[in-house]
Design a protein around this ligand. Structure first.
Ligand code: SAH
Length: 271
């Protein structure tokens, strides 16, 4: 490039692809995807979302698809910065909302530190979609004064979550608790919450919210772990704790198994 050639102007936009259902994309998200020359795509983004991309766009999957290890965060950030500097219109497609967990904030910080401004397009976050998909509101005013989104997976090296305190706050303030990434550490979460919430507190677990293969179960705090195992509710799933769950119509997958009932009785006796 000689000195008179203007440097190409790349751009970067973090786009929320929503919880799964490709029809839950915003119009703004679609516009950004259509304008992209490079798309860096997370695991939980539905393939149909990519149908909006230009045929000549470069699509890079950076998630754990196909059993591969996910791409290290630092590498993704390097890719984004390099592509913007090459003049590409980069879209970083992330599941749900880019700023609800999922490291969107870290990516924006790194780009800004490299002198690159970054736009952010909201998406519908999984916790919101999951509860709506069950036909209940997160904050019915008869049952909850607010909602709290927590991660079940504290950053390594940070204090583990004080679940008894979370439970006490939720109880005192009348909040719905929605836990992302909670399945892997559900034993800690359950034990901790049981110290401050009744064993009979209603809980719903929703996997693949908003997708055709969505699954859910409705149970109690005492029976939570058994219900997850019995209904094979692995990741991606959210755990919803609170009275709003009482409104969920009980479907067949929602009924308690004998094991869950034993766990529930045990928990009740312990109190
Ligand atoms: N930024 C995302 C969350 C990323 S963290 C958002 O706003 O939704 C990833 C976690 O989100 C998963 O472990 C799971 O807890 C939750 N999640 C994402 N998609 C989901 C879905 N379709 N159904 C249920 N939970 C989902």
């Amino acid at each position: 490039m000689n000195d008179n050639t203007p440097s190409p102007r790349g751009s970067c936009t973090l786009v929320g692809a929503g919880p799964g259902d490709p029809e839950l994309l915003t119009i703004k998200a679609v516009k950004a995807i259509r304008a992209a020359t490079v798309l860096l795509v997370d695991d939980l983004v539905h393939d149909d979302v990519l149908a909006w991309a230009r045929p000549d766009a470069r699509i890079v999957h950076v998630g754990k698809r196909g059993g591969c290890k996910s791409t290290p965060q630092a590498f993704i950030e390097k890719l984004m910065i390099a592509a913007v500097r090459e003049g590409e219109q980069v879209v970083r497609l992330k599941g749900g909302d880019p700023f609800i967990f999922g490291r969107g904030g870290e990516e924006v910080e790194h780009l800004r530190a490299a002198g690159i401004d970054c736009q952010v397009v909201n998406g519908i976050t999984a916790g919101l979609a999951a509860v709506t998909a069950l036909g209940v509101p997160l904050t019915h005013r008869d049952h909850a004064h607010g909602v709290v989104f927590m991660t079940g997976h504290a950053k390594p090296g940070h204090q583990p979550t004080d679940w008894p305190l979370v439970g006490a706050s939720v109880r005192t303030l009348g909040l719905t608790l929605v836990v992302y990434m909670g399945i892997g550490r559900v034993a800690d979460l359950q034990q901790g919450l049981l110290q401050s919430l009744p064993a009979t507190t209603p809980v719903a677990v929703v996997k693949n919210a908003s997708l055709a293969h969505q699954q859910h179960c409705v149970t109690t705090l005492a029976a939570l772990q058994h219900a997850i195992v019995r209904n094979e509710l692995g990741s991606p799933a959210v755990i919803v704790v609170g009275d709003v769950v009482r409104g969920v119509q009980c479907l067949s997958s929602a009924s308690s198994s004998p094991l869950e009932e034993i766990a529930q009785k045990k928990a009740l006796n312990m109190r």
